[in-house]
Design a protein around this ligand. Structure first.
Ligand code: FAD
Ligand code: AMP
Length: 478
C-alpha cells in the first residue's frame, strides 16, 4: 500500500525542514525525505547549511577568530600568553559537535511535530507520487510536493575536484592540518570565509578571482574597505585572475592562470574551488512530469514558489534568488502557509546578506551604485566605527555603517555595514526597513550607550549632517 500525505518535502535543508515544521504546525500530515549522510554513514538532517555550510563554517570562523584575538590583539589589551598553541583536532571536534547537536535537534523537532522523516533519495513522478530510493524503494502519494533539494558546488574543468589536493568547500572545512600555502579559486562569500579561517591559523592564502572586482552584489564603498582590510590581514586577493589549468601532484597543486600581466603560475599545498553552487536537480524528477527549469537550471517558480505543475512548489537554493539559508527558510514558511490556505507572501527586497569575515560585512536593501543606475535621488549617511566608543574598547575600529535614504521621502532604501558585530546589527536595519522606516525614525530611536548599534543611529543622523561624534561639514538646517 502506498502511504498518503498532505505534503511530501524532498530535502531537509533549512528550506525543506522549515516548510515541513510550519506545515505540521498548521495541522497537515507531512513527510520529509532526505539523502544526506554524515561521515559515519548515518542519515543527518539540516542539509548543506547544518552539515557542510553555514554552521560548521561559523564554528571554524569563531575559533580561528578567538585564536587571532589572543595571539595578535591580546598584548594590546594587556594579555600575554606564554604558549598559545592551536589544537586543530580539538577545533574540528568542537565544530563536529556543534553540527551533530543541531542536526539531532532537527530530528527531535520532526518527532515533536509528528513529521515522518524518511532517509533516502526522493524523485518526483507524475501525479505527485514521490519515489524514494534508500535501503529499499517505496512510493508516497502526496496532495502537495515541495522540492527543496538545495545546491552543490560547481566543478571547474580547469580545476576538477580530486578530494585530496583540489577540493570543494565541504572538504575545506575538514582539513586536518593547516596548509602552508592555500589557493582559493573565487573571492566570493565562501572563498573569503574559508580563506579567513585558514589565514588566521597561519596559512599563506592566495585568492584567484576572475573578475576585475569582487563581491559584485555589495555596495562598492564597502568592497573598497573590505579589500583594504583583507589585504592588511595577509589575504592575497588577485583580481582579474582567470584559472586556466590546475595540476595536482603528490605534495602540491600547480595552478596556471591568466592575468593582465599575462600567464602566471602558483604552487599551493591545497586548492579550494569556490566559484559558486548549482541547483541540485539531478534525478530529482521524472521527465514525464514536465517540470520546467529556467535557463540557468533552477526550478522555474513564480513569486510564491509555485512551479509549472499543480500542487508542486520549489524553494531554497533550488530556485532563483540569493543562495542563503534564511531566504530558503522564509520561502518554506510562505509555501507551507499558502498550502494551508493562508495568504502569505515574502518580501524579496529585504533579504539581509552577511559575510562572516573579520570585519563582518552585512547589508539589506539597495546599494548606492544600484540607486544611481536607477536614477533614484538619495542621501547618504556614513558613520565610522573609529568614532564609536564600544568599537574602540574592543580594539576593532575599522569599517563603517552607511545608510541610503530617499531624498524626497527620507525612506531608508539600503543599509550597508562593515565592521565589528555587523552580522547582528543588520537585523535592526532590516527591522526598520520592514516597517518602512525613514532615516528620521532611526534618528528618533534611542540606542543604548556604549554599543556598536550607536553607529547605526549616528549614520541615520549623518544622513542630514547631524551626527554627534563626527565633524561633518555644516549643512543647511534639516
Ligand atoms: P540544502 O541545505 O542544500 O539542503 C538540501 C537537502 O536536500 C540536502 O540534505 C540534500 O542531501 C537533500 N537532497 C538533495 N537531493 C535530494 C533528493 N533527490 N532526495 C532527497 N534529498 C535530497 N547561507 C547563509 O544564509 N548563511 C551562511 O553563513 C552560509 N554559509 C555557508 C557556508 C558554506 C561553506 C556553504 C557551502 C554554504 C553556506 N550558506 C550560507 C548557504 C546555505 O548553506 C544554503 O543557502 C542553504 O543550505 C540552502 O538551503 P536548502 O534547504 O535550499 O538546501
Ligand atoms: P560566489 O558566486 O559568491 O560563490 O563567488 C564565486 C566567485 O568565483 C565569483 O566572484 C566568480 O567571479 C569567481 N569565479 C568563477 N569562475 C572563476 C575562475 N575560473 N577563476 C577565478 N574565479 C572564478
Amino acid at each position: 500500500m502506498t502511504d498518503r500525505f498532505d505534503i511530501v518535502v524532498i530535502g531537509a535543508g533549512p528550506a525543506g525542514y522549515t516548510a515541513a515544521i510550519r506545515a505540521a504546525q498548521l495541522g497537515l500530515k507531512v513527510a520529509c525525505v532526505d539523502a544526506w549522510r554524515d561521515t559515519a554513514g548515518a542519515p543527518a538532517l539540516g542539509g548543506t547549511c547544518l552539515n557542510a555550510g553555514c554552521i560548521p563554517s561559523k564554528a571554524l570562523l569563531e575559533t580561528s577568530e578567538l585564536f587571532v584575538q589572543a595571539r595578535d590583539h591580546g598584548p594590546a589589551h594587556g594579555l600575554k600568553f606564554k604558549e598559545l598553541s592551536l589544537d586543530l583536532a580539538a577545533m574540528q571536534a568542537h565544530k563536529d559537535k556543534v553540527v551533530s547537536d543541531l542536526t539531532r535537534g532537527i530530528a527531535t523537532l520532526f518527532k515533536a511535530h509528528g513529521i515522518a522523516s524518511i532517509p533516502g533519495r526522493g524523485k518526483l513522478l507524475p501525479k505527485n507520487v514521490v519515489e524514494i530510493t534508500g535501503a529499499s524503494t517505496q512510493r508516497l502519494e502526496a496532495e502537495h510536493v515541495i522540492l527543496a533539494s538545495g545546491s552543490t558546488p560547481v566543478n571547474l574543468k580547469s580545476a576538477p575536484f580530486d578530494g585530496e589536493r583540489i577540493v570543494d568547500s565541504q572538504a575545506a572545512l575538514e582539513f586536518r592540518e593547516v596548509p602552508r600555502r592555500l589557493g582559493i579559486i573565487g573571492a566570493g562569500v565562501i572563498g573569503l570565509e574559508l580563506g579567513s579561517v585558514w589565514r588566521r591559523l597561519g596559512a599563506e592564502v592566495v585568492l584567484l578571482e576572475a573578475q576585475e572586482t569582487f563581491l559584485s552584489m555589495a555596495d562598492e564603498q564597502i568592497v573598497r574597505e573590505a579589500l583594504k582590510q583583507f589585504t592588511a590581514q595577509g589575504l592575497d586577493i588577485r583580481l582579474g585572475a582567470r584559472v586556466l589549468e590546475s595540476k595536482a601532484e603528490k605534495n602540491a597543486v600547480t595552478v596556471r592562470y591568466q592575468s593582465k600581466e599575462g600567464e602566471r603560475q602558483e604552487s599551493v599545498d591545497r586548492l579550494i574551488v569556490a566559484v559558486g553552487r548549482r541547483p541540485s536537480t539531478d534525478g530529482l524528477f521524472a521527465e514525464e512530469t514536465g517540470l520546467l527549469l529556467d535557463e540557468w537550471g533552477f526550478v522555474h517558480v513564480d513569486e510564491h514558489c509555485q512551479t509549472n505543475l499543480p500542487n508542486v512548489h520549489a524553494i531554497g537554493d533550488l530556485v532563483r534568488g540569493p543562495m542563503l539559508a534564511h531566504k530558503g527558510m522564509e520561502e518554506g514558511v510562505m509555501v507551507a502557509e499558502r498550502i494551508a490556505g493562508r495568504e502569505s507572501n515574502m518580501n524579496y527586497d529585504l533579504v539581509p546578506a552577511v559575510i562572516y569575515t573579520q570585519p563582518e560585512i552585512a547589508w539589506v536593501g539597495k546599494t548606492e551604485q544600484g540607486l544611481k543606475a536607477a536614477g533614484i535621488a538619495h542621501r547618504v549617511g556614513v558613520f565610522p566605527f573609529a568614532a564609536n566608543g564600544r568599537a574602540r574598547a574592543m580594539g576593532q575600529t575599522g569599517g563603517f555603517v552607511k545608510i541610503l535614504a530617499d531624498t524626497h521621502s527620507d525612506r531608508v532604501l539600503g543599509v550597508h555595514l562593515i565592521g565589528p558585530g555587523c552580522s547582528e546589527l543588520v537585523a535592526s536595519a532590516a527591522l526598520a526597513m520592514s516597517f518602512g522606516a525613514a532615516s528620521e525614525d532611526i534618528r528618533l530611536t534611542l540606542f543604548a550607550h556604549p554599543t556598536l548599534s550607536e553607529a547605526l543611529h549616528e549614520a541615520s543622523l549623518a544622513v542630514t549632517g547631524q551626527a554627534i561624534h563626527l565633524a561633518q561639514p555644516r549643512r543647511a538646517k534639516p
